[in-house]
Design a protein around this ligand. Sequence first.
Ligand code: NAG
Ligand code: FE2
Length: 508
Amino acid sequence: MAASRAAAAAAAAAPAAFTTTPSPADPHRYQTGFGNRFASEAVPGVLPVGRNVPQRVKYGLYSEQLNGAAVVSPRDAIQHVWMYRMRPSVAHGRVSPVPGLNPHIESCFSRANDKVEFVASQEAWDPFPLLEKAHDDDGAGVDFVSGIRTVGGQGDPTLRQGLAVHIYSANASMTRRAFCNNDGDLLVLPQHGRLHVQTELGWLMVRPGELLVVQAGLRFRVLLPDGPSRGYIQEVFGAHYRLPELGPVGSNGMALPRDFEHPMASFDLDDGEGEGAPPWDIVYKLAGGLHSCRQAHTPFDVVAWHGNLAPYKYALDRFVNLANANHDQADPTIYCVLTAGGGGGGGPSLTDVLIFTKKWLTAEDTFRPPYYHRNMSTEVMGLIRGRYGGSSHGLGGGGLSYEASYMPHGEAYATWREATTRALRPETVCDDATAFMFHIGAPLYLTRWALRGEGAATRHGDGEEAATTTHKWDDVRAHFLDHLDDVDADLRAAGLPSLVRRSPEKLN
Ligand SMILES: *[C@@H]1O[C@H](CO)[C@@H](O)[C@H](O)[C@H]1NC(C)=O
Ligand SMILES: [Fe+2]
């Protein structure tokens, strides 16, 4: 496959401001911004001027639009891209289901699906396993598409409502295979191993500590330059990720649009490999099911493109953290990188993607750990690197935790005790840690795979863990009860009935 021509053309293009400087760790150049209209040509002068569909595109290229919005949409909801390519995408063979390729993807989150269920309990998983590296060359590989496992979700992509949370664990690059997710946009957080991602619109190198978004309908493939790899995926059905509103924050802070990086046009020429070359396999995901078709030529033949529907990546450590600078705690919404759904209509957002990176805590007279809480939202949390400071359960890199909607949670008693008695000084948290949370507006179904299947191998809550968890809160002391005499005195002084007269026995 000849990627070289495109790489050379992309490198020749003027470097965009703020972009990652190409290095061996990431050889690519990017276009920066968020939601703007990008344009990129791997061969100069190919993009038509003043129209999208000229009678003849330069060099006989085909024009093709990918539209990611209902055709009639408010202007700010329109997301589409025009591609100028060697062959139109439709030039492929018959599409047929391939149920065996990956039976572990769920998309129908309803009581009608017995592979998903609701649990009220707090759940946690130690890191999901990394796959082995084959000792010989012919070990069957698990690629990104076959390595996806659904942990939970809500709604259904055929209604364009809801989302799914997956993990992936893979040990083989997608060679002559491309994936196209028709169900929704994928937000990918690699935790172990970089992902070298080729899309129709160009290449991205995504390392642990960066997030990747690939929109529905776009073909891409994932190569694993670092060998066996693992990470997290959140998929939104029928919505696109967007930056949260800034409100009183004004025009700066949180995730800055300038830090989102989109690929440059890049194409392959692979017709030269002759009759014997194996065909390309294009895998579509439709309502959770995989369908495949063959074609003799590469799907990565887009010479130039322009539009505002393009994959992007973002380095989490660029996030500009806001803080309480005198006292009290802010809601975790100040850690929101991207959000999706709801919002504008006043309804709850579908999901907010929160990240926890290094920051200073300086607030005085404040209980600094997360306060005890019960939220309408469901919380799914993962760890990219380091250790996360929560004390209610340990979270390791590549593991996951789950708090059901409205279920109570908070810090262990020892942490409360420490946090309420210690001297408060300015201090940093998450020095070496990067964690994230999907703050999901609706209750989440979990999959049988995660609760009782293969995915349950690292799940907390069985055997010895269960014994410790059950008694974990036994040490919580009600300090109020040590002060009943003082409380009584306060009540009497205020002319109120004393505690004795309020006790339940006296009420009968
Ligand atoms: C990938 O992992 C599977 C399962 O552990 C193993 O059987 C296979 O040999 C591995 N393949 C490669 C290419 O590393
Ligand atoms: Fe929480």
